[in-house]
Write a protein that binds this ligand. Structure first.
Ligand code: ACO
Length: 323
């Protein structure tokens, strides 16, 4: 028997404020047509004034708990993937813990930028496999609107805010790829590429800073690294593209999503796509796509999923799981 981490609940939260591409035409030399054709993005949600990453995370977490029929005090740990924690410390995860009224267990943030949710899933799966925890809330929540330079058309049109969460619970599997739950994980980072995607603020500058990106360079790395990690985790799980029901990719750019699917020899009909409605929500994009994909009736119990993401660091990775 193999102790697996299975998804028993999923949920998400998107802030009320929806911003269409046309909004940016009023103050930037850009167009709806440029943004759509280069990125696939049509609209995004922005957090309200005073609404924080932990507020959105707590809402997504409550939705995932409700879907699983669990109470906060049944949860052993919260892993929150974010690069936009409310404060430098304490972690946004402990703020979520307090908002949920959870007084037991432990909570911490994971920072791997857009790959954060994949890193958090892998860590949560390991904590469950080794018996440290039985139930873990894994959340991705981001307020990237707070990091935008609104005069930089090359970045500010691409990002959005939101949160998604899954509840993982321990379950005994047979140890085969037919098991439900997380079957394999594959993580990487390469700090030599820090200058192609970063925020120019932090403790060392005394400012929050703005997101800086060499988009073409990120693009150049993305498809090869995403397809390679997806193949590595599929190999570890003992499955091939033919077995996969859904790719649930990080939602940064439709052209990266399409290029990666092509390299994985998967038709776009088997890819969950939400980038048109959410923009790039960094660590929140995969749990948002999981939740929306399940809500749309696309992802069903027993389906085999591959999630993959790349972001600042560079950091990238993938997870194979049976829903
Ligand atoms: N509106 C109009 N024109 C624009 C805009 C805009 N919003 N932004 C850039 N342009 C211009 C550029 O200035 C350039 O003009 P020039 O030719 O006169 O110099 C032209 O459009 C082409 O720009 P490119 O950068 O070559 O456009 P490209 O086709 O590469 O698309 C994009 C840019 C969308 C950023 C793409 O490179 C991309 O998606 N890269 C990957 C980004 C990504 O995946 N990030 C994920 C990680 S995010 C994270 O980890 C936080």
């Amino acid at each position: 028997m193999t102790r697996r981490a299975i998804v028993t609940g999923v949920g998400h939260y998107l802030p009320d404020k929806v911003v269409e591409n046309s909004h940016f035409e009023s103050f930037l030399d850009t167009s709806d047509e440029w943004i759509r054709s280069r990125s696939g993005i049509e609209r995004r949600h922005f957090a309200a004034e005073g609404q924080t990453t932990s507020d959105m995370a707590a809402r997504a977490a409550r939705a995932a708990l409700a879907a699983a029929g669990r109470q906060p005090d049944e949860v052993d740990a919260i892993l929150l993937a974010t690069s936009t924690a409310d404060l430098t410390f304490p972690s946004a995860a402990t703020m979520v813990q307090a908002q949920l009224g959870m007084t037991r267990g432990f909570a911490f943030d994971i920072q791997a930028v857009c790959a954060g949710f994949v890193f958090a899933l892998a860590n949560a799966s390991a904590l469950i496999a080794c018996g440290q925890a039985t139930r873990i809330l894994v959340i991705g929540s981001e307020s990237f609107s707070k990091l935008m330079d609104w005069s930089d058309r090359t970045t500010c049109v691409l990002f959005g805010d939101g949160a998604g969460a899954v509840l993982l619970e321990a379950s005994e599997g047979a140890g085969t790829s037919d098991d439900r739950g997380i079957l394999s994980t594959d993580l990487h980072s390469d700090g030599r590429h820090r200058d192609i995607l970063y925020v120019d603020g932090g403790v060392s500058t005394g400012t929050v800073g703005h997101l800086k990106m060499q988009g073409k360079e990120v693009f150049r790395h993305a498809i090869d690294k995403l397809a390679a990690t997806a193949h590595a985790s599929m190999d570890k799980a003992g499955v091939t593209s033919a077995d996969v029901d859904w790719i649930v990719p990080h939602q940064a750019n439709i052209r990266i999503i399409q290029g990666t699917a092509k390299k994985m020899q998967m038709p776009m009909d088997n890819v969950i796509v939400t980038v048109q409605d959410h923009g790039n929500t960094s660590a929140a994009s995969i749990p948002l796509a999981l939740s929306v994909g399940a809500e749309r009736g696309q992802i069903k119990r027993g389906d085999l999923l591959v999630t993959e993401a790349i972001g600042g660091g560079l950091a990238w990775g993938s997870v194979v799981l049976r829903w």
